[in-house]
Every structure is written in C-alpha cells, then in structure tokens.
Design a protein around this ligand. Structure first.
Ligand code: COA
Length: 322
C-alpha cells in the first residue's frame, strides 16, 4: 500500500487587517484584555465580495505551484469549511470549477475547527486504499460572516483565511497516522444555533451567529488535546522528545502553551500564528503549516504533530513525517 505525503503547501490571508485597537472603537473591550486572555493582536477580515472559495482557490494555487504538479493530476478535493459559499453545491465543487479541474471528485467536510485534520484523515485513507493519487485538502473560512460584531465574548476571537496542502501517493512515508473524535453531547457548548432545516429566516431573521461557552470550551480543549496527543504518540510507539514540531489549532495562546507544556516542547518548536491570524477555524492549521514551511522552520524529514479541536465537539490529530 502506498504512503501519503504532503508535497506542497499554500495559504492566503485577506488584505484587510483589524487590530484589537480597531475593535475598542466598536465594542466594550481593550487591547490589553484580548492579548492577556487570548494572545491575539489582530486578525484578517475578508472583503465584502470575497468568498470562502475565492480564498481557497488562491491557497490551492500556491500549494499546487509548491508541489510542482499539473492541476489535472488532482483526482480528489476535500474541502473543510463551516462557512460555505452556498447551501449547495459544496464549496469543493466551486473550487474544482474555478481551478478548471476536469475529473475526479470533490466534497466538503464539516467538522468546524477540526475540519482540516478530518480532511487529511479522509485524504490519507483514499490514498492508502488506492481511491485517489493526488488530493487537494483545503481549510478555508469566512468566520467574520458568522460573528456577531456586537458580542465582545466572541467578536475578538475569530478571523478569515485559507490554507491548503497537496497530498500524494508516495513510496516515502509522510502521514504516519491520523486520529479523529467527536462528542455530540457537547453540541451547545459552541454552535451557531440556527440552520436551514429549522426555517433559518423565521427563527433568527437571517442573523445566525456563533454562541459559545468559552470557559467550558477552554477546559475541554486542554483535556482533549492532552488525550489525543497521548493516543497518537502511544499508538505509534513514539516518545514526545522525538517530536520536532507541534502545529496546533490556533484558538488561544493559553491553550497552545498548555499543550506545549504537556510535551515539554519549548515554544520555539511550536508554530504560533494566533497572534496575527486569530482563530480561522478549519484554515488555522494549514495556514500555520504553510507559514512555517515557507519561512524554513519545518524541514523535510522532521516529525510534526497537528492537533485540532472545535465545535461538535470534535478533536483530531495527525502525526506527519514532513
Ligand atoms: N473584552 C473585555 N472583557 C471581556 C471580553 C472582551 N472581549 N469578553 C469577556 N469579557 C469579560 C467577561 O464579561 C467577564 O466579565 P465579568 O467578570 O465582569 O463577568 C470577564 O471578562 C471574564 O470572562 P471569562 O469568560 O471568564 O474570561 P476567560 O478568562 O475565560 O476568557 C475566553 C474568555 C473566551 C478568551 C476563553 O474562555 C477562551 O479562550 N475559551 C476558548 C474559546 C475558543 O477557543 N473557542 C473556539 C474553539 S475552536
């Protein structure tokens, strides 16, 4: 059975940057409170006419270029997003059209902030079983569209962006293992409590925004990340000291620091983008990965752990020999 290996990464951030100071002008918050509680300094926000698929396509093109492949080699697109362009078709199909890809299959995955790692899990299994040879896995989000900009408890936390990888069948080891979990009993801990099947317009007047119990999410995230890290390392007989990099979901600096501490990993070995990207949901991990690959921190042959958690609740990890 072939291995599956990341052969190219790409990302995109919208041009507009909104700082904590900018938010001070519209809600009762402060730069100091946001930085202390979350580590966030600013976030990128999509332009009014910029859609999730637009950002996804730019990130995808950059990943395709880095991989040095022809776009027609892509035989599967797995797109992680919780902010699709349309109710249907899937944003993956819209990306397929915009990239001019003529064959294969494309579909979306909805696991919110864990979506990209869920997508990697699916892509990895397709490649291992011969169902696909070259998979474009994308995480892209316009979270700004589901944030209530008057709610200070959530408005300060999120941002927009996209990240992508090309995963290809290979003789060389790449993805070592993937692990995905969910616990639907925690549905209301973090959710947008409206949707199509409830008669969206009737119940919320078209205003569907994120509602969150921040304290519970925080506690659950720290314990889930600890558990999935143990599952991943123990399952592969790998000691935490063998890890070169931790690429965690970028939600809160305090959650990231707690995860790094559990590994005894110095912060220099942890990729952090939450300070300038905020939480871009499914885009956060591929964005962080691409930045650390392009600036030369993550090198070929190094071992990295990707860790995500999000609404569902969902949590996921991938151990990867880059
Ligand atoms: N600016 C200023 N004050 C704020 C604020 C803001 N943006 N948001 C909340 N506050 C206030 C609260 O009203 C509360 O005031 P009170 O003590 O007078 O009631 C106080 O700050 C403390 O609120 P609390 O919610 O206890 O703060 P916290 O230390 O738990 O931090 C979060 C809040 C949201 C930053 C933190 O819980 C968190 O990061 N949770 C995880 C969220 C997450 O990652 N979600 C996405 C998962 S994918």
């Amino acid at each position: 059975m072939p291995h599956s290996r990341i052969v190219g990464t790409g990302s995109y951030l919208p041009e507009k940057i909104v700082s904590n100071k900018d938010l001070e002008a519209t809600i009762d918050t402060s730069d100091e409170w946001i930085r202390e509680r979350t580590g966030i300094r600013c976030r990128h926000i999509a332009a009014d006419d910029e859609k999730t698929s637009d950002m996804a396509v730019i990130a995808a093109r950059r990943a395709i270029e880095a991989a040095g492949i022809d776009v027609q080699e892509i035989d599967l697109i797995v797109m992680a997003t919780t902010t699709p362009d349309k109710i249907f078709p899937s944003t993956a199909c819209i990306v397929q059209r915009k990239l001019g890809i003529e064959g294969g299959a494309a579909f979306d995955v909805q696991a919110v902030c864990s979506g990209f790692v869920y997508g990697l899990d699916i892509a990895h299994r397709f490649i291992k079983t011969g169902g696909a040879k070259t998979v474009l896995v994308i995480g892209a989000e316009t979270m700004s569209r589901i944030v209530d900009w008057q709610d200070r408890s959530t408005a300060v936390l999120f941002g927009d962006g996209a990240g992508a990888v090309i995963l290809q069948a290979s003789e060389e080891e790449g993805i070592v293992s993937t692990h995905i979990h969910s616990d639907g009993s925690l549905e209301e801990t973090l959710h947008v409590p409206y949707g199509v099947s409830q008669g969206y317009d009737a119940v919320c007047d078209g205003r569907a925004f994120i509602v969150m119990n921040g304290n519970t999410v925080f506690r659950k995230a720290v314990s889930m990340l600890g558990a999935i890290a143990r599952e991943t390392l123990d399952g592969n007989n790998i000691d935490k000291k063998d890890l070169d990099w931790l690429v965690p979901h970028q939600a809160n600096m305090r959650i990231i620091t707690a995860a790094a501490k559990k590994f005894g990993l110095p912060m220099e070995r942890v990729v952090v983008t939450v300070d300038t990207h905020a939480n871009t949901s499914a885009a956060s991990i591929p964005l962080a990965l691409d930045i650390a690959v392009r600036d030369g921190r993550i090198k070929r042959g190094e071992l990295m752990l990707l860790e995500a958690f999000g609404a569902g609740l969902t949590w996921a990890s991938a151990l990867i020999r880059y």
